[in-house]
Ligand binder design. Structure first.
Ligand SMILES: Nc1ncnc2c1ncn2[C@@H]1O[C@H](COP(=O)(O)OP(=O)(O)OP(=O)(O)O)[C@@H](O)[C@H]1O
Length: 289
């Protein structure tokens, strides 16, 4: 099914992105220098341990939080400089957001169709004619027909409700869809249907960025980016995991290597003529006590 999404896919650029929560007088550094490019039309999963900063990064991309430092562009917009009104406009028409938990995205007293129409209400008039209809969106996420359109969110099964949340997130026809844990607490069949819905949105010409704990969800996206301790730790492409050399030359060693060689270990980096790098720990000299 092809819904009419006429707006181009939107990319994201993060450079040295920092975010700090202030909690009871303490600073919690959630992101400590994220460098990441999401190219228009890509599908990316943000994965990584709990508390590593994935949701914070997604909320920054959505303009729900403001960067403490660094650069963040969504399409042509510089989010570090944008005012509250501009961020609100961006969410109304350029970026779709699916928050964690389907019910946070849906009005319980409106039908599926009316939830979508409500989400389309904030789109500027001159762009409304380009928007897909509520029925087209419902069909896109696998909820076709009059019965689905007329259902209240509570009458839908959990997986259907989550697919409706995806349709509502995509309703404004935006070129970038951001989704936080869209498949959590779903059984495998429902999860796969939500992934099909996200894939349909992606195929309709948008960029899709998803935060997930589920490796299988990561496997369905074009690229996985692992966030570790508030920075990009590694990337997965076509089933292979790669370390990412940061702007400052640092690399995050994977947990299994860190268990063998804990932080503080002294290592020599030796480059072989074929470009391979060997990290050689200096036994006894640099291990923390
Ligand atoms: N509202 C908040 N106030 C204070 N600290 C917060 C707040 N939200 C998140 N944090 C802290 O910021 C860091 C990053 O949190 P974030 O939720 O972005 O991580 P996450 O990778 O999405 O985790 P999870 O997978 O558990 O959702 C964590 O140390 C977390 O405790």
């Amino acid at each position: 099914m092809t819904a009419s999404f006429n707006h181009p896919a939107i990319g994201v650029t993060c450079r040295g992105l920092v975010y700090i929560y202030r909690l009871d007088g303490y600073d919690v550094v959630a992101l400590s220098g994220v460098d990441l490019d999401v190219t228009p039309g890509e599908s990316v999963a943000l994965v990584g341990p709990s508390g590593s900063g994935k949701s914070t990064l997604l909320s920054l991309m959505a303009g729900l939080l403001r960067p403490a430092a660094g650069r963040l562009s969504v399409g042509e917009r510089d989010l570090a400089k944008a005012g509250a009104l501009e961020l609100q406009r961006m969410r109304a028409s350029d970026v779709g957001v699916v928050l964690q938990g389907a019910s946070r995205n849906l009005l319980p007293y409106l039908s599926a169709e009316d939830n979508i129409r409500f989400a389309q209400g904030g789109v500027p008039r001159d762009r409304r004619e380009d928007m897909p209809s509520a029925r087209e969106l419902l069909e896109l996420v696998g909820l076709p027909g009059r019965a689905h359109a007329a259902s209240l969110p509570r009458a839908l099964a959990p997986g259907e409700r989550q697919r409706l949340a995806v349709a509502v997130g995509a309703a404004n026809g935006a070129g970038l869809l951001l989704a936080d844990e869209p498949t959590s607490q779903l059984d495998t069949a429902s999860r796969d249907e939500v992934l099909d819905a996200l894939e349909s949105v992606h195929r309709s010409g948008r960029t899709v960025v998803v935060v997930t704990h589920d490796p299988d969800v990561g496997g369905r996206m074009g690229r996985t980016v692992t966030i570790r301790d508030g920075r990009v730790g590694s990337e997965g492409r076509r089933g292979e995991d790669y370390l990412v050399v940061g702007r400052d030359g640092s690399v995050h060693l994977p947990p299994e290597i860190l268990r063998l060689h804990p932080p503080g270990t002294l290592m020599r980096a030796e480059a072989a003529p074929d470009g391979t790098i060997r990290l050689v720990p200096t036994i006894g000299a640099g291990r923390p006590q």
